[in-house]
Design a protein around this ligand. Structure first.
Ligand code: CP
Length: 329
């Protein structure tokens, strides 16, 4: 039994460095299973309720893939209109019912705090797959796992990191969660680049300042030449009052090879939680970076399966079976 067994994963605030290291250690042991070099059935007979009330490609499919790779089955509900929530059923009732059909539930919902509210009615562990503009804890964990792996090649760790976060820092939940996780480390330099209206929320700024980290806030791409990580984000148009308002900001911070060469060192790792908005009016991460070896976006998505496998194994208490029995089979 670990501290994770039987518990919800709703916020990055539940994690300390030891917990993160545990998740990363288990995620690393998942690699041969994710690559189909080994097979396991440790979750044989278990059911994941995969509830996505907001669009998703990576999070939904990687949760499902991770569960299948551990031998479990997945039942999906996608879209609000196909659920009784559209008839006025409460999150509590929905949780109460669906937790009778599942061993664990992953959920995404457009309202901040909704996944925590749902968890109150659930009799099984609930994992937050993104609640509005609030949090995306599993994305933050896979981002941090990616950062650790990328920097390992340069003999660096997370302590002392300089990260530039760019774009919609107000509504981009992944940067909220990642910033909070990074606050657990030492001597982080955050450079936050956004239009003033899309600045990082005050609560996250306060957390960074209270943890004693270096903070640079700018409305222009500057001061990033020694950044280790460039974390680009999409304008979260679905969170704006109107499309017209979102359009004011789309395309404000475009990253392409020439911008990268001008503003970053040649080894700066390029990250983005995806999806990237590839339409001409936005194009925040140009395809001309696709061959850049520092572009880590698809390593992030691959790592998402490992991290989500680890979270399932830990939450359902089967991680020890994989590391002792399954390893080396
Ligand atoms: N990064 C992320 O949450 O992607 P999806 O919206 O496709 O799940």
């Amino acid at each position: 039994m670990s501290q994770f067994t039987g518990n919800h994963i709703l916020s990055v605030d539940q994690f300390d460095r030891a917990a993160i290291e545990k998740v990363f250690a288990v995620a690393t042991t998942m690699q041969p299973y994710a690559r189909r070099q080994k097979r396991t059935t440790v979750l044989d007979g278990a059911i994941l309720g995969n509830l996505f009330f907001e669009p998703s490609t990576r999070t939904r499919v990687s949760f499902g893939t991770a569960f299948n790779l551990l031998g479990g089955e997945v039942r999906e509900t996608t879209g609000m209109s196909s659920s009784a929530l559209a008839k006025g059923e409460s999150l509590y009732d929905t949780a109460r019912v669906l937790s009778g059909y599942s061993d664990i539930i992953a959920m995404r919902h457009p309202a901040a705090g909704s996944v925590a509210e749902f968890a109150q009615g659930s009799r099984v562990p609930v994992i937050n797959g993104g609640d509005g503009a609030n949090e995306h804890p599993t994305q933050a964990l896979l981002d941090l796992f990616t950062i650790e792996r990328e920097l390992q090649y340069e003999g660096k760790g997370i302590d002392g990191l300089h990260i530039a976060m760019i774009g919609d820092l107000r509504y981009g939940r992944t940067v909220h969660s990642l910033s909070r996780l990074l606050c657990l480390y030492k001597n982080i330099h955050f450079t936050l680049v956004s239009p003033p209206e899309l600045a990082m929320p005050p609560a996250v700024i306060e957390a960074i300042e209270n943890a004693g980290h270096r903070l640079t806030i700018s409305t222009r791409l500057e001061g990033t030449l020694d950044a280790d990580i460039c974390y680009q984000t999409r304008i979260q148009e679905e969170r704006f009052e109107s499309q017209e308002e979102a359009n004011r900001y789309r395309g404000k911070f475009r990253l392409n090879q020439s911008v990268y060469t001008k503003h970053f060192q040649s080894k700066t790792v390029i990250m983005h939680p995806l999806p990237r908005d590839s339409r001409a009016e936005a194009n925040e991460l140009d395809n001309d970076l696709n061959q850049n070896p520092n572009l880590a976006i698809f390593r992030q998505t691959d790592n998402g399966v490992l991290v989500r496998m680890a979270l399932f194994a830990l939450t359902l208490g089967v991680d020890h079976l994989l590391t002792s029995y399954e390893r080396g089979v």
